[in-house]
Design a protein around this ligand. Structure first.
Ligand code: CAA
Length: 258
C-alpha cells in the first residue's frame, strides 16, 4: 500500500493515512487502499480495536483531494462520493471498535472520516470543518448525514453553511470529540482507551455497537425490541458465563471473546 500504513500489534490495528505532502488528502487510490485494509481487518477475529490517524503533526486528513476532484464531471463526482461513502459505512459497521486519533486538520472528507469512527480523540491543535461550500460543493462523504446526528442540526448547519473550522476545545464542547489531549499524548491515550475496551467481554462490546448504530435508524420501540434480542443473544456466549461467574466468585473475568 502506497498511501496507508497498516500495523497490527496483538488485538490493536493502527491505520495511518500517509500522504503528508498533501496533508493526507484522500485521493481515489487512498480510498481504495482504505477499503481493502478495512475489509481485511473486519475478517480478523484477533483484532478488536482499530485506531485511524494521519501521518505527521499537521493533519489527520485535509479532505478529499481537491486537485483530483478539479478534473471530475458530475457522474465521476457522484462515483467518488459513492466510493467514499461505502468505505466510511464499512468503517462504521466494522465488528471492531474504531477510534479516530485526530492529530491535526480534519477537514471535509477528513472530518467525515472521523465522523464514521465510533470514538474521536483529538490533539489540542486539531481543527474540524466542512469547508466544501468554499469550493462550490457540499459535503459528499456522509457529512450532511452524520454531522447533524452527532452535534445536532443547528450546529451542523452553521458549520456546513459557513465552512468555518472549529478548534479542538470547541469540538469537545459541542460533542464532536470525546476528549482532547496534547499532541504528544494522543496516541498513548488512544492506546489506553483501546486497552480498556479490549479487556471487556468483546462479543458484548461488538453487539452493543450494533445495537447503537442500528437503533439510531429505528423508532425507539423497535430499537428497544432489537436491544432485547441482542441482550438475549449475549446469554448464549461464553463471555456472559465467564463475566457473571467472575462477579459471583469475586475475581477478575478472563474473557475469551466467544
Ligand atoms: N487536496 C489536495 N491537496 C491538498 C489538500 C486537499 N484537500 N489540502 C492541502 N493540500 C495540499 C496543498 O495543496 C499543498 O500542496 P502544495 O505544496 O503542492 O501546494 C499542501 O497540501 C500543503 O497545504 P497548504 O500549503 O495549503 O498548507 P497550509 O498550512 O497553508 O493550510 C489548510 C492548511 C488550511 C488545511 C489548507 O491546506 C486547506 O485549506 N486545505 C483544503 C481543505 C479543504 O478544503 N478540504 C475539503 C476538501 S473538499 C471535500 O473534502 C469534499 C468532501 O466532502 C469529501
Amino acid at each position: 500500500m502506497e498511501n496507508l500504513i497498516l500495523e497490527v500489534n496483538d488485538y490493536l490495528a493502527k491505520i495511518t493515512i500517509n500522504r503528508s505532502k498533501s496533508l493526507n488528502a484522500l485521493n481515489r487510490q487512498t480510498l481504495e487502499e482504505l477499503k481493502s485494509a478495512i475489509e481485511d481487518l473486519n475478517m480478523r477475529k484477533d483484532v478488536k480495536i482499530v485506531i485511524i490517524t494521519g501521518a505527521g503533526e499537521k493533519a489527520f486528513v485535509a479532505g478529499a483531494d481537491i486537485k483530483e476532484m478539479q478534473k471530475l464531471n458530475a457522474v465521476e463526482g457522484r462515483e467518488l462520493a459513492r466510493l467514499a461513502q461505502s468505505v466510511f459505512a464499512s468503517i462504521e459497521n466494522m465488528n471492531q471498535v474504531v477510534i479516530a486519533a485526530v492529530n491535526g486538520y480534519a477537514l471535509g472528507g477528513g472530518c467525515e472520516l472521523a465522523l464514521a469512527c465510533d470514538i474521536r480523540l483529538a490533539s489540542a491543535n486539531a481543527k474540524f470543518g466542512q469547508p466544501e461550500v468554499t469550493l462550490g460543493v457540499i459535503p459528499g462523504f456522509g457529512g450532511t448525514q452524520r454531522l447533524p446526528r452527532i452535534v445536532g442540526s443547528a450546529k451542523a448547519k452553521e458549520m456546513i453553511f459557513t465552512g468555518d473550522m472549529v478548534d479542538a476545545q470547541e469540538a469537545y464542547r459541542i460533542g464532536l470529540v470525546n476528549n482532547v489531549y496534547e499532541q504528544n499524548e494522543l496516541m498513548e491515550k488512544a492506546t489506553e482507551l483501546a486497552e480498556k475496551i479490549s479487556s471487556r467481554g468483546f462479543v458484548s462490546v461488538s453487539l452493543a455497537k450494533t445495537a447503537i448504530n442500528d437503533g439510531l435508524n429505528m423508532d425507539i420501540q423497535s430499537g428497544c425490541n432489537y436491544e432485547a434480542n441482542l441482550f438475549g443473544l449475549c446469554f448464549a456466549t461464553e463471555d456472559k458465563k465467564e463475566g457473571m461467574a467472575a462477579f459471583v466468585e469475586k475475581r477478575k473475568p478472563n474473557f475469551r471473546s466467544c
